[in-house]
Design a protein around this ligand. Structure first.
Ligand SMILES: Nc1ncnc2c1ncn2[C@@H]1O[C@H](COP(=O)(O)OP(=O)(O)OP(=O)(O)O)[C@@H](O)[C@H]1O
Ligand SMILES: [Mg+2]
Length: 380
């Protein structure tokens, strides 16, 4: 058993701080306030929602949660199908109820139920799409009907919600969703996703249906002081020690990025004896960068030259991207070009800006570009 986890939800003793956000979410869940959560990938949205859901349930046993993930959903039909399936599953306790509930809650759509009783998760609904297209309301209001009938409060947590933007007639579909969902009295929606531009398009444009649908929260990274405490505690829980200086090195290399802090802590922990040395950390850091070398090489090879040049300028902390001298030095083309490059890199989730300054979203990619690709520093 290693004391750090990454690539899985962080809960229990693996969950660092986030007290403020957790409290906020628990409050929204309990009072059925719709919430929109936005943060870059791997910053801890899913872990936070899961933790807040658990706490809210502890406080109020009438609350039920239904989790959907739209990561591979690209069309309306897929969405409505998993939406109905997960709602039935999450509000029934036994598989025998699935069929009964499906019959009870669908009057018009009458889906075909396929399931295998020995495998708990095997349950699917077959709909007549022609009929659903004409009148999707029965599915869209399913949550409210279930909540009323079962006398529960239901929170629907939908991950990667921005994918709704890919649907063929997305705005029209969003309009239908919003028109139905906003009438619900016993259901609230927690919609989250990592593509900020797409999420903002859906939720923050006044001419879009989901404008002002709920409370928008931007999740921040976890603070340095919370990480120090967390890392030292996880080491000491397992009979090892790490001093503050090395813990700070880990955090600073990872720029507080939750996934990476856990990963690099783990790699350092694995190399450390009872007392962690600076060498243990340096070895772990080198190993981390080497491990990602192939991935970063592939990402970089798939970028246009001007995009790579732009990243180099960001690494060099350039501020005036449209100045003649910078355009020339980094071969960025015209200043109109710079805007396009920037948008493309943001859409690829490689770049973001804060307080008017650009930065690379992936701190280890930054280090790799700097040291391995551009060979600016020789830290490895
Ligand atoms: N509160 C936390 N405390 C400690 N580690 C965390 C916390 N939140 C996230 N992490 C770390 O970050 C990783 C990613 O977290 P999570 O899957 O919750 O993020 P996400 O934003 O939902 O990611 P994705 O964009 O991939 O869906 C976790 O596996 C864990 O290593
Ligand atoms: Mg997630």
């Amino acid at each position: 058993m290693t004391p750090f986890i990454f690539g899985k939800l962080a809960g229990g003793i693996n969950f660092a701080n986030r007290e403020k956000e957790t409290k906020h979410l628990v409050q929204n869940f309990s009072s059925l306030i719709n919430t929109i959560l936005i943060s870059p990938r791997r910053w801890g949205k899913s872990s936070l929602v899961a933790k807040a859901a658990m706490l809210a349930f502890k406080k109020d046993k009438k609350l039920r949660f239904c989790f959907l993930d739209m990561y591979n959903v690209r069309k309306e039909e897929d969405f409505l199908k998993i939406f109905a399936e997960e709602l039935i599953k999450s509000t029934s306790t036994k598989w025998e109820d699935w069929v009964r509930n499906t019959k009870e809650f669908f009057k018009r759509a009458l889906p075909k139920v396929n399931f295998s009783p020995d495998q708990n998760s095997e349950f699917s609904l077959g709909f007549d799409w022609e009929e659903i297209k004409r009148r999707p309301d029965e599915i869209l209001n399913l949550a409210e009907r279930i909540a009323v009938s079962k006398k529960i409060k239901l929170v629907l947590c939908i991950d990667e919600f921005q994918n709704i933007g890919f649907f063929a007639e997305s705005t029209a579909f969003q309009k239908q969703l919003r028109a139905n969902w906003q009438k619900h009295q016993h259901v609230s929606y927690c919609l989250y996703g990592s593509k900020r531009t797409m999420m903002m398009n859906v939720f923050a444009s006044p001419d879009m249906p989901f404008y002002k649908f709920g409370d928008i929260l931007f999740i921040e990274k976890i603070k340095e002081e919370d990480w120090i405490e967390f890392i030292q505690k996880r080491f000491s829980d397992t009979g090892k020690r790490i001093n503050e200086k090395i813990a700070k090195e880990i955090i600073s290399t990872c720029e507080c990025h939750p996934y990476y802090v856990q990963q690099l802590s783990q790699m350092t922990w694995l190399r450390s004896g009872k007392i962690c040395s600076m060498e243990n950390y340096i070895e772990a850091r080198t190993a981390l960068i080497q491990q990602l070398d192939y991935l970063f090489t592939t990402i970089t090879e798939n970028l246009a030259t001007t995009q790579v040049n732009f990243l180099e300028a960001v690494i060099d902390k350039v501020k005036q991207f449209s100045s003649k001298e910078i355009l020339k030095r980094y071969e960025l083309g015209t200043s109109a070009n710079v805007l396009r490059i920037k948008d493309a890199l943001i859409a690829k989730e490689l770049l973001d800006s804060k307080g008017g300054e650009f930065y690379l979203l992936d701190p280890v990619y930054h280090i790799w570009l700097n040291n391995v690709y551009f060979k600016k520093d020789n830290l490895i």
